[in-house]
Design a protein around this ligand. Structure first.
Ligand code: AMP
Length: 277
């Protein structure tokens, strides 16, 4: 049996296939599919196989004809099923169509939908102008590199009309002890003192750079953890960090910059102090 699944997108159609498909099933299904192709041009198809047992001979012929006659009318075909034999049957369809065909296990249904939507999203992203940066987050460790990062962020915010937030992570504030689970604070007052001192340094830095009034936070934790967490909280669209920090100028990208580059979900700018740094 072939049932159509209602879909919101105008270039994707979805069907649920169950049992053993017969010629009669195709007789009901083909005109509907051809109508959709006529209405919408090139389409992508999701086929959900539920307790599916393949085709009888008549239906196999219908399926072959469909593939040949509409070889160029399909963009992507996602087949979602239980693997094994179903996967094999699904991939049999490949030679008859110019569409990309992929098999997804039943629990990957969401991935199948994302894959079908991808070409449209990519096309839309390629033609739409990039949104201006609205929220720029700078990781500040009070190194010269980070100062340059603040200056760059302020320039960019001026250009895009965005807002700059600075964040400093106070590291090593906790005492790790294997006999306690998992960590115990060393001295609460010491944390507070470190935070207060860093806030004061932040104020002095902003004054000295003459960049106007900027928002800033000082938080306890690892630099990468704190920066990535603040980026999510502030809906940051650009993170700016120095290429290096206090740990000096290694030849490679510093560890914080590297980790953020790998893990951030927004753009990341790593700023060099000068051409050789
Ligand atoms: P690193 O990877 O440690 O060499 O540092 C590279 C950049 O990461 C620095 O220039 C800062 O922009 C940022 N960063 C490093 N440590 C911290 C920290 N404790 N708090 C905020 N940002 C930091």
């Amino acid at each position: 049996m072939i049932e159509q699944i209602p879909v919101q997108e105008d270039n994707i159609v979805a069907f649920r296939l169950s049992g053993k498909l017969s010629h009669a099933d195709y007789q009901a299904f083909l005109p509907r599919l051809e109508e959709l192709i006529k209405e919408q041009g090139r389409i992508s198809v999701l086929l959900e196989l539920v307790d599916f047992h393949g085709w009888d001979l008549g239906a196999a012929w219908d399926d072959f004809r469909l593939g040949v006659e509409h070889a160029d009318d399909f963009e992507r075909i996602a087949i979602v099923g239980e693997g094994g034999l179903q996967k094999w049957m699904a991939l049999m369809a490949k030679p008859f169509t110019s569409a990309e065909v992929r098999f997804f296990e039943a629990e990957q249904l969401g991935d199948a939908w994302d894959w079908l939507r991808e070409p449209r999203q990519q096309a839309a992203a390629a033609t739409a102008p990039a949104a201006p940066y609205q929220s720029i987050l700078v990781g500040v460790d009070f190194s010269a590199h980070a100062e340059r990062a603040v200056q760059r962020a302020v320039e960019l915010a001026g250009h895009y009309g965005g807002r700059v937030h600075l964040v400093h992570a106070v590291e090593n504030y906790i005492y790790y002890d294997e006999s306690y689970d998992p960590v115990i604070p060393l001295e609460l007052d010491m944390d507070l003192e470190l935070v207060a001192a860093a806030k004061e340094r932040m104020r002095l830095l902003i004054d000295r750079l003459g960049v106007g009034k900027l928002d800033y936070e000082v938080l306890l934790g690892s630099p990468k953890g704190v920066i990535l967490s603040q980026a999510e909280a502030l809906r940051t669209d650009l993170i700016v960090v120095g290429r290096h920090g206090h740990r000096g100028i290694a030849r490679l990208l510093g560890s914080t910059a590297n980790a953020i580059n790998n893990r951030a979900r927004c753009d990341v700018l790593t700023v060099r102090l000068d051409a050789t740094a």
